[in-house]
Write a protein that binds this ligand. Sequence first.
Ligand code: ATP
Length: 351
Amino acid sequence: MVRIIAKNISKYFKKGRVIALDKINLTIENGERFGILGPSGAGKTTLMRIIAGLEVPSEGELYFDDKLVAKDGKLIVPPEDRRIGMVFQTWALYPNLTAYENIAFPLTNTKISKEEIRKRVEEIAKILDITHVLNHYPRELSGGQQQRVALARALVKNPSLLLLDEPFSNLDARMRDSARALVKEVQSRLGVTLLIVSHDPADIFAIADRVGVLVKGKLVQVGPPEEIYNKPISIEVASLIGEINEIEGKVTKEGIIIGSFKIPVNINTDKAIIGIRPEDIKISKEPIKEEEWILIGKGRVKVIGYQGGLFRITVSPLDSEEEIVTYLDHPIKAGEEILVYVKKGSIKIFT
Ligand code: ATP
């Protein structure tokens, strides 16, 4: 286990014309599962490579526990001395090596004896439940077994830190679920500090106890997953995590007005963006009597589609082209007039 501390880390490419990371301050605690979420180009891979020692920060300091490992463009502790295990997108194994040889690979050409290597491979294979397939070649393994072998290879050196770079993006949905569960289980068994980076919030939320959101090289929000989800600091962060209706309208004393919709929010500025998640909107032909749903007005169904077992419905106010999205478990006709409700306390205000 190791504690990672980044102090004011910036990384520039192309003589400073590209700012990949901009003054990152971050502490990842001993044994913590930390996730970095960010869109493409945000700087995720760059940050991971700096932590791995494959890149040096242009400015700032990186510590592993109390030890300074890189500072202001200088590499102080090289990657091989950082006790890191890595898993990449592909989970790729060497096809001409057996599972055993794949796992042992990081230990070959080291001073470790053959006997010790065998002991370590067998130990980690036992933890990952792949002892019975150690003599198999990758092509003879199921997808799940291949993942376990790849994870065993990342862990065989008994790393203090496990780095996962978009580890699930090339897996199909079923494999992804099992890989997420496997990583989480093995991490808690071994207690290794874990850093995962992904653009997919589902990956991050499945694994991490704490999340840092990286946007254009800046760490804009750090907190537990539920805090990031429920209290995103900006509409950009909110939309990274999941679909959200972004609404800009005339602000009055009674709230925001968009055509026939009156959304009851208390805003003191004359300009604000509000965000409402699709699940916090309900449409109905009949009035809804439950107190937690607040009527915002009449609307008209514009488009319906089918997605993930639900009907995706686009609704507009009667006299405006603005659109909001919600989901229903049954179909409804386009053109139909309906009542639109918003869940109490669910509206996010960004001023
Ligand atoms: P993705 O999810 O697409 O992999 P990312 O969040 O991992 O993106 P990075 O790969 O870290 O982002 O890139 C951050 C920025 O730095 C991008 O603008 C990228 O073009 C730039 N960049 C990264 N590596 C280099 C390099 N070696 N030379 C020049 N620019 C680079």
